[in-house]
Design a protein around this ligand. Structure first.
Ligand code: ADP
Length: 494
């Protein structure tokens, strides 16, 4: 292994159901691989419908009869804080697992992803004892109030690009609300989720509250989406699979779903921008995490007055963006995920862009001797109707386009079926405010990008989905509102 790191002992590879690590009912396992080399790291239990049934049974018992939803919010919060403390103590091992399985930068896992996950746990721990209803002003002689109750057993289906962050996007508010849950990590990134389940138990989260079923989407994932005893499903992943989840929920028990799906987010850079800052921001907004980010700024619009300069500087500085081993602290971009399939998909998009007439001014090829590495790539001469300007590439591919006026920028920004995020770079407050109100997207970042925070709700508009993660809004999807009415005194109203 590069960078003097010993291959860690992989401690947890079985399903975590009702507080114990168990084999899949079928006994099946599947390989999880290292994208630096394509080699197998270890075999992981392959959960399917029968295993989901067992996990849901445990979660139902924990929810219907167990302590978790019945203890005070303060007590739940204390346990969640302990969970966060335990994660801090195991940060090296956890950061290693996400780098090994998905090629994410070790330093980022350690300094950004895992600390942001523990912040989420602590933020929602603080919210657990502040969940309350309202007193109602009723017309008749009644005293009315609402209760906010945990919705029940929830299913979380998560993707591979941010295994830790996505796990806690879903798990933290659901724990705070008092729900029990079944988590299905993506098949490419199972290991940290199993480790988190182990730490949850150490922290005192009762058996059955947090179950992890590793396995594939069409089997384990589909069993969660269609399960009659799951009360809500929270999903992050592709728009195609989001549609399947919603269909399965509709056909089974009409459970509510929340979907955080694909994006084709614009970054709009106006003439008055500090060009060096804008180039740096754009580079990060597209290439960060190898472009495997649902909010990646995969459409960059630059106003005509600075377009040529911007392009020149973007090409000049692309070499500063170092591709290599994710354990090397100097590297900006690790191997293109996970598997050959994703690697080939990104290369196909690059070929498609060339065929449609866009011009590559930087990168465009695989790099390195082994593994799934792709050069940071910049396309110019990109037209709105080209596939690379419309579809989510999920790779390190920047598409540069030009605009003249603010009105044109708004129209172009909104010319997509997605609406996850957008960035605006300008010093002009009027432009910034007008852009923020005119773009149809769930997050607008002005003179910044990827500005996530536990308190800042995140989720899409249009075909990027619905329902928020993070912020106090996200607890609401794990709660249901009950109205309670008491007759105040004798009256004709019975
Ligand atoms: P990506 O294209 O980023 O891999 P997917 O939407 O395919 O995203 O996967 C996101 C998550 O959805 C993963 O955990 C995956 O296993 C799961 N998944 C895939 N297909 C289905 C399905 N038919 N039903 C439920 N979950 C699924």
């Amino acid at each position: 292994m590069a960078w003097g790191l010993k291959m860690p002992e992989i401690k947890f590879t079985k399903l975590f159901i009702n507080g114990s690590f168990v084999d899949a009912v079928s006994g099946k396992t599947f390989a999880t691989t290292d994208p630096r080399s394509g080699e197998v790291i270890t075999m992981v239990a392959e959960g399917e419908k029968d295993d989901v049934d067992l996990a849901v049974k445990a979660a139902r018992e924990a929810f219907d009869h167990g302590q978790w939803p019945r203890m005070s919010g303060f007590q739940r919060g204390q346990i969640m804080i302990k969970f966060a403390d335990l994660i801090d103590q195991h940060i090296e091992e956890l950061a290693t697992l996400d780098s090994l399985e998905v090629g994410k930068l070790f330093s980022h896992n350690k300094l950004a992803d895992i600390p942001s996950a523990t912040r989420m746990l602590r933020y929602f721990a603080g919210a657990a004892d502040k969940i309350h209803g309202e007193t109602l002003k009723m017309g008749g002689p009644f005293h009315g109030y609402t209760l906010k109750e945990p919705i029940g057993v929830v299913g979380h289906i998560i993707p591979w690009n941010f295994p830790t962050v996505m796990f806690f996007f879903k798990v933290s508010p659901a724990l705070a609300a008092g729900c029990a849950m079944v988590v299905k990590p993506a098949e490419q990134s199972s290991l940290s989720a199993l480790y988190y389940a182990f730490l949850a138990k150490q922290a005192g989260i009762p058996d059955g509250v947090l179950n992890v079923v590793t396995g594939f989407g069409p089997t384990a994932g589909a069993a969660i989406a269609s399960h009659m005893d799951i009360n809500q499903v929270s999903f992050t992943g592709s728009t195609e699979v989001g549609r399947l989840i919603m269909e399965a929920a509709a056909r089974s028990n009409l459970k509510p779903v929340s979907l955080e799906l694909g994006g084709k987010s614009p970054l709009i850079i106006f003439d008055d921008a500090d060009i060096n800052m804008a180039v740096k921001l754009a580079q990060r907004a597209v290439f960060y995490n190898k472009g495997e980010v649902c909010v990646a700024a995969s459409r960059i619009y630059v106003q005509e007055g600075i377009y040529d300069d911007f392009m020149k500087k973007a090409v000049e500085t692309v070499g500063d963006w170092i591709v290599g081993d994710p354990f090397d602290p100097h590297v900006h971009q690790g191997p293109q995920v996970v598997d050959k399939e994703q690697f080939e998909k990104v290369l196909r998009y690059i070929e498609h862009g060339k065929r449609e007439g866009a011009t590559i001014v930087a990168g465009g090829k695989p790099c390195g001797e082994n593994g799934y590495y792709i050069e940071p790539t910049i396309f110019v001469d990109v037209k709105e109707d080209m596939v690379i300007a419309k579809e989510e590439i999920f790779g390190p591919v920047m598409s540069l386009m030009k605009f003249k006026t603010m009105e044109e920028a708004i129209e172009k920004a909104n010319n997509t079926r997605y609406g996850l995020a957008a960035g605006v770079v300008t010093k002009n407050l009027d432009i910034a405010n007008r852009m923020a109100r005119s773009i149809h997207a769930g997050s607008i970042w002005i003179n910044c990008y990827f500005a996530f925070d536990s308190d800042c709700p995140f989720g899409g508009f249009k075909m990027s989905g619905f329902g928020k993660d993070l912020g106090m809004h996200s607890i609401e999807k794990y709660l249901q509102v009950k109205s309670v009415v008491t007759r105040l005194h004798d009256s004709p109203w019975l």
